[in-house]
Design a binder for this molecule. Sequence first.
Ligand code: EPU
Length: 443
Amino acid sequence: MTVTLAQPPARSPAVATSEWGPEPMEKFVIEGGVPLSGTVVPAGNKNAALPLLAATLLTREPCVIHHVPDLSDIHYMLQILSHLGAQVERASGTVQIKAENIKTTAPYELVRKMRASVCILGPLLGREKEATVSLPGGCVIGDRPIDLHLRGFEALGAAVRIHAGDVKLFASRLVGNRVNLSGKFGSTVLGTDNVLMAAVLAEGTTVIDGAAEEPEVVDLANFLIKMGAKIEGAGTHRIVVEGVAELHGAEHSVIPDRIEAGTFLAAAALAGDDVQITRLDPSHLVAVTDALNSAGHHLEIGESSIRVKSNGAGRPIEIRTEPYPGFPTDMQAQMCALLATTDGLSTVTENVFPQRFMHISEMKRMGAQAHLEGATVIIRGVDQLSAAPVMASDLRASAALVLAGLLAEGVTEISRFYHIDRGYESIDDKLNNLGAQIERTKA
Ligand code: EPU
């Protein structure tokens, strides 16, 4: 089986586990206080691209995916697909995959690098009626169980066994059923993707209630429909799938990354003079733009762009994260950075991952005034943050520290920066093009 993964990603992770050998840890050095202006373009959506790539396992025929972002998480997914036997070719943002003959076992060494690798379970079960994938562990943002995914697979007739750290799924046949994917914290995005990808090749009708409504689920459903699947209701809390005997190859472009776009919106609100973010879908960002409007920021919302012009000090706000279309948990940390310098008392409540506040203690080292009460952080805006050495703990926390560093007085050094390369394509180059002064150096 030919595998062409000629190029490591431009920003391969700075950890010793890379297949290109050990690499030194990198840090970001940010000189704060430079106002941002100009235009920035977000990449393809990471959280849409990962399940789309996994979905190519559902057919023996070639698939072509465009606008795939150049991120370490994407590279891990391509490595997993190659391991499973798929031919993978990547040229710039286009990935071609042909999964003619595949294995159904993905080992811990590959899967442990990225929690989202769990979304190969659905397509493997759908196509091969079996899968053995290492059980993902928790991470700094929370416990991250997959009980709802497994509930969905069982409803379709799969036997589920956890053994020696692996999830093993097996079914003699998959039969459509009703399944409810609502959990204690709302629905599950990757769980909905997984059950959807298994159900498209099940016999009969599957009704997924409590489905995640995120745009990333809609993008996956659109790709599956191009492959020949029969799906209705994606983007609502009820998805109905009429199983088909087989799927064929298809070509698709990944939607723009709404969280990367939202991160630039927050950067512009916090440190911008006049910043335009293009190639985005403003309808995916309503909760974020509403929050920025409430916080007193002036946004000009176009068809596929948003412009943020500085209009002086903002106002404090209350934010509660919710599943889509509510305010995204993946924007919570970045908003905390903005509110840290917004005069008055703001509150941010995390309803999706109640422990996702690792960025707060780092921001406090930069002079933020914030304290946690359960899953709520109460932030009293200060006039000025001061630069400090800080440590990135996860993807969005890293983005928040970059935003804080843009505004802080002095030079902020952010270590463990490989986290940001998991989900932001060349964030340093993109912000530097807006006038920021960020340098990537060896730690
Ligand atoms: N949950 C369960 N049981 C399950 C699955 C989830 O209790 O079986 C809980 C989770 O613990 C959490 C909530 O349900 O409290 C929502 O989790 P969800 O399953 O929706 O998260 P996910 O699908 O694993 C995706 C994104 C995350 C994003 C969340 C929520 C990908 C690859 N990841 O994760 O993105 O925060 O949805 O929107 O799509 C990020 O990009 O930084 C990131 C963490």
